[in-house]
Write a new protein. Structure first.
Length: 546
């Protein structure tokens, strides 16, 4: 869809350049049929619109043709100021202002089932309700270079509860200081917003609901009374080149049954709640190339979302979490090349999320944990992957499954670096999991700490080729299982501890049983300038000093 919309936008832009300089006797609108906008031609002389034309109330355009304001016009009486009730109309506001004096219903309304309309190049102020209203069944509409301010409701509104409004482009339009939304799109199909601004509106900057095939490109919001961009119950929507500054709640919000969403190339700063928020049956979301700074809650907060990919997104200085996945069951989440820095609580916070992976992500200088993935109490999460990640200067660098009686299974932590964290580098309450080729360096309590919260069910892990260096606290490699006989044991092979200690904790001999058979030769540790417990006879192939 996005490729198709890009073609539509490019062709529309080329055609509109011809609109600005029409030649007498030639069509001023000839948009190719393949763009999804039916080709039309508007010919004839231009009809002038001036203040006297509204002395009896609404100025009605009932015939095709070209129309242009020749002066500012102000509401006198009636309902709408200009009503378009014909197809094939080109209305040039010519840089002038239509002022509703807070009394008009709409400054401009396109009546139902009209098509092939162009409105451009002017200002709409102080409408009693909406600056511009598109109606059910409108098709093939272009609104360009229009600013709507001070409306009693919405600046520029596309609303239908009946026939869909289709094939509409808003280009270089602005909505400021309107009582409700800056822009609203309800029941739209194939709708494009390019290079638009929505600031200081009473609720959302732009509100898109019950629509499909939506492109919002080059859109800026600031200081709106609710959300910058609200997407509700909408299918196939692309938000590209977005900026949001200090909107009162969320910068971008995805709610309702919303699916096939792309959010790309964005900057969100100081949202009153979350930078990007998604909740309740949101499917197939791709978020990439963006920054969220100083969110009042979390930079990215998703709950009840499925099949989400996040790439190259940085969250910095959130008051709560950097990235939060919490609140409702969700699964199939992927993060790649993301950064969570300087957040007041955790960098990445994941509760009851199955099938989540972090690839080459960083979590640094967070007051809480770098990566926290755990179940709620007595629950289990599975298929958690951290590969090539860095956790530095947090509380615990990587924490999996360590809460109440919850645990993590089928987890993989490999090729990661956990360094200079104030508690543990890696703390894992895991089952049937892999910890491999990790570097845990200079963490205060334990570099790698393997713990057990579910008696009789822990173990069966592969913990191999990890390197622990210079921990300043209790243990460099801390193993704290208390397993009953017959429990599947974990395999420790090729791990190294340098300048620290290897602590057995409450470990018993069952930890060296694989499938119930004693196999101590499968265990291998090396220790340099490290302490090994007196029960070292339980460790096989241990090198170092006792």
């Amino acid at each position: 869809m996005y490729y198709r919309l890009s073609i539509i936008l490019a062709l529309c832009t080329c055609t509109l350049q011809a609109v600005f300089n029409p030649t007498a006797g030639t069509p001023i609108w000839n948009i190719a049929a393949e763009t999804g906008i039916i080709a039309s031609a508007i010919e004839g002389t231009q009809t002038r619109i001036q203040q006297n034309d509204l002395s009896g109330g609404t100025y009605t355009i009932s015939s095709p043709g070209r129309y242009a304001l020749v002066e500012n016009i102000t509401y006198v009486m009636g309902t709408n100021m200009i009503s378009i009730e014909a197809d094939n109309v080109y209305l040039d506001l010519n840089g002038f202002t239509i002022d509703g004096a807070n009394s008009s219903v709409h400054n401009i309304q396109i009546s139902s089932d009209r098509s092939n309309i162009y409105i451009g190049n002017g200002h709409l102020s102080n409408a009693g309700t909406n600056g511009i209203l598109l109606s059910p069944g409108n098709t093939n509409i272009i609104i360009e270079n229009v600013t709507a301010t001070g409306a009693g409701s919405v600046g520029i509104a596309l609303v239908t509860a009946g026939n869909a409004i289709e094939n509409v482009t808003f280009n270089n339009c602005n909505a400021f200081n309107n009582a409700a939304q800056g822009f609203i799109c309800t029941g739209g199909s194939n709708i494009t917003y390019t290079n638009c601004i929505a600031n200081n509106n009473g609720t959302h900057g732009i509100d898109i609901a019950s629509s499909n095939n939506i492109l919002v490109d080059g859109f800026s919001t600031a200081d709106n009374g609710a959300k910058g961009i609200n997407i509700n119950n909408t299918y196939e929507v692309a938000l590209m080149h977005i900026t949001s500054f200090q909107d009162t709640t969320n910068g971008i919000d995805l709610v309702g049954t919303t699916s096939l969403v792309t959010i790309q190339d964005f900057e969100i700063f100081k949202p009153g709640s979350n930078g990007i928020h998604g909740e309740s049956n949101v499917f197939s979301v791709f978020i990439s190339n963006g920054y969220v700074g100083a969110a009042a809650i979390s930079g990215v907060s998703l709950a009840g979302t499925f099949t989400v990919s996040i790439e190259n997104v940085t969250v910095d200085s959130s008051t709560v979490m950097g990235f939060s996945f919490d609140g409702l069951a969700q699964e199939n989440i992927s993060l790649k090349d993301c950064n969570a820095t300087n957040n007041v609580l955790h960098g990445y916070y994941c509760i009851d999320v199955n099938n989540i992976q972090f690839i080459a992500c960083r979590s640094e200088n967070n007051d809480g944990n770098g990566f926290l993935c755990r179940p709620s109490s007595n629950a289990e999460v599975a298929h958690i992957v951290l590969d090539g990640c860095i956790a530095q200067n947090n509380s615990i660098g990587i924490l999996l499954g360590n809460t109440g009686n919850g645990r993590a299974s089928s987890a993989t932590i490999k090729n990661c670096i956990a360094q200079d964290n104030s508690l543990d580098g890696i703390n894992a309450s895991v089952f049937s999991s892999l910890l491999q080729n990790n570097q845990a360096i200079n963490n205060t309590r334990s570099n790698i700490r393997i713990t057990n919260n579910l008696i009789n069910t822990a173990g069966n892990n592969l913990i191999i080729d990890n390197n622990c260096l210079r921990n300043s606290g209790n243990d460099s490699l801390s193993v704290n299982f208390a397993e009953d006989a017959g429990t599947l044991a974990s395999l420790y092979l090729g791990n190294a501890a340098t300048i620290g200690s290897i602590s057995a904790g409450t470990i018993d001999s069952n930890n060296y049983k694989m499938n119930g058979t004693s196999s101590p030769t499968l265990l291998s540790f090396s220790a340099t300038s490290a302490t090994i417990p007196a029960s070292a006879n339980r460790w096989a192939n241990v090198s170092g000093s006792l």
